[in-house]
Design a protein around this ligand. Structure first.
Ligand code: ZN
Length: 207
């Protein structure tokens, strides 16, 4: 495994380039043993450097600030909850504020769903294989809250309802995506964002 801090920096640059994390919004976490590496709060993603990544000790619930005294992303309690789950194999979580995700959260009520799209094949079925292009991708939607940490009860509830999901939409806020590795999480977030952009454009074109 390459240094998780390098991986977070390259994912941050990718996210900025794709307009997934405008301003200082969104965040990325990678779990390596009992350490969670988390992008810093309040730093533009395209400018994030390796020394700014926060190392959070999950055994002791303590963390070393990133260079210059930076605190971890506001998403940290949610990332830790996902990393600590015994029933899921989660090594990386990516939280975006992508406009495609925000628009889809307004277009759909309880869940985003899409089928008959080739890119669906990049996403897991929850049964140890990927979805087929004729199957339906379902991503549940939870309501937004004043602070990121306040999303926790709804996040826990929706995961128990959708145990196969690799992502959750937060209404008018963004998207949380997870995978066993950073590579998988990156493929999932890229594919989901593509499918959400397609859904928004199909609606606009009345397809
Ligand atoms: Zn957010």
């Amino acid at each position: 495994m390459s240094d998780p801090r390098d991986t977070i920096c390259s994912l941050c640059r990718l996210a900025y380039a794709n307009n997934w994390m405008p301003g200082t919004g969104g965040g990325i976490g990678i779990c390596d043993g009992h350490t969670a590496y988390i992008s810093p709060s309040g730093i533009e993603k395209e400018l994030t450097t390796k020394d700014q990544i926060v190392a959070y000790d999950m055994n002791n619930d303590t963390y070393e600030c990133g260079g210059g005294g930076l605190r971890p992303s506001a998403c940290t309690p949610l990332f830790l909850e996902l990393f600590r789950r015994q029933d899921m194999d989660i090594g990386c979580v990516i939280h975006t504020h992508s406009l495609n995700a925000v628009l889809c959260s307004m277009m759909y009520d309880a869940e985003f769903s899409i089928s008959n799209m080739e890119q669906i094949k990049a996403l897991p079925s929850g049964e140890g294989r990927n979805l087929r292009n004729v199957e339906t991708l379902r991503i549940p939607i939870i309501e937004n809250a004043p602070e990121e940490q306040d999303l926790m009860p709804e996040l826990k509830r929706i995961i128990s309802e959708y145990p196969a999901a690799c992502a959750v939409l937060v209404r008018r806020h963004g998207l949380f995506v997870w995978g066993a590795t950073a590579k998988k999480a990156k493929i999932y977030v890229e594919s989901i964002d593509y499918l959400m952009e397609a859904a928004v454009k199909m609606r606009g074109l009345a397809l």
